[in-house]
Write a protein that binds this ligand. Sequence first.
Ligand SMILES: Nc1ncnc2c1ncn2[C@@H]1O[C@H](COP(=O)(O)OP(=O)(O)OP(=O)(O)O)[C@@H](O)[C@H]1O
Ligand SMILES: [Mg+2]
Length: 350
Amino acid sequence: MKAKAAVDPSSSSSSRVIVITSGKGGVGKTTTTANLGTCLARLGQRVALIDADVGLRNLDLLLGLENRVLYTAMDVLNGGCKLEQALIRDKRWPTKLSVLCISKNRQRYHLSRVQMVMLVDALRQGYDFVLIDCPAGIDVGFFNAVGPAQEAIIVTTPDITSIRDADRVVGLLEADGLTEAKLLVNRVRPEMVSQEDMMSVADVQGALGLPLLGAIPEDPQVIISTNRGEPLVLRGQLTPSGIAFQECAQQLVQGGGTELLVRRHLHWGALASQWLGSRASSARNWVVEALTGCLEWLGVLHTPSSSYPGQRGVLRGADSSASEEGGADWDEDSLCLGSDAASQEDTRQG
Ligand SMILES: Nc1ncnc2c1ncn2[C@@H]1O[C@H](COP(=O)(O)OP(=O)(O)OP(=O)(O)O)[C@@H](O)[C@H]1O
Ligand SMILES: [Mg+2]
């Protein structure tokens, strides 16, 4: 079986592949993946979560599934099991929410970008959403994780180091041809913002020039829920951060993934943010997008693809070398995702 260079957008599957990334470590990517994934499943969507943090995976911990990781994607790729067997089904939504770990913590890491694309392509057949929890940094793990994605959620905290790293990541994604990016600002502390000790969400959005998916307040319950292995959004009484994650999930489902990337280099986001104020984020997004769309239509603005012809596809160009490196002989059967597939749990019970 030949590896495809990228997920085929014309595939009959209408699933959405979203990478959750940040550049900087520890800003809340895994927390976001677990909580958004859970909310989406609760909304009736079929969701596969991929922990692409190869050496230091912890998505399974946040979901309380750590004792159920029997097989990983590496086992699938090595022919040790089928994809269904490596999927861990969340017992709370066995038909809706599954998790795939790329490797066990001390397993050797030989995954290529092409292999990642193939795994996701196989998963898309059975799921509405595939969320990829990206590792921190911008090394090979990052490039592998973003390879199959059509959309990105950029997670940042309201501090300049995190924002600068996020900005760098947005640039790399654009160069990779991924222009559907949304911003999620995490660990916002309103009391610090009001005292001007912390950047506001509007400031962060202005700096990065991305459509806002949501803002999550700082919340001690996040740490408590992490330690309990139960996503925050499953609490009986939702805290403001739980409500915020839920609203993000609703926006993802309703948004349909057609939102335009605001051209961050042109500062429309910053200007519109200042003009409309911090409480009108959705109206602001609409105005920014309308302005950008009009200017594009008039030919004043160009999309990144035409603005940066030399950069576009630079990263995707890595595919060919990855393909050569990882040129494994594929067992086509192991990547088939049957509707009556057995998950890890089913396998063990069997
Ligand atoms: N809104 C929040 N309020 C309080 N604590 C939070 C919040 N979001 C995340 N945290 C805490 O921040 C820490 C890092 O979160 P998380 O592991 O999700 O980040 P990450 O970006 O995935 O990290 P890494 O880059 O190491 O993978 C965790 O201890 C988590 O509980
Ligand atoms: Mg993480």
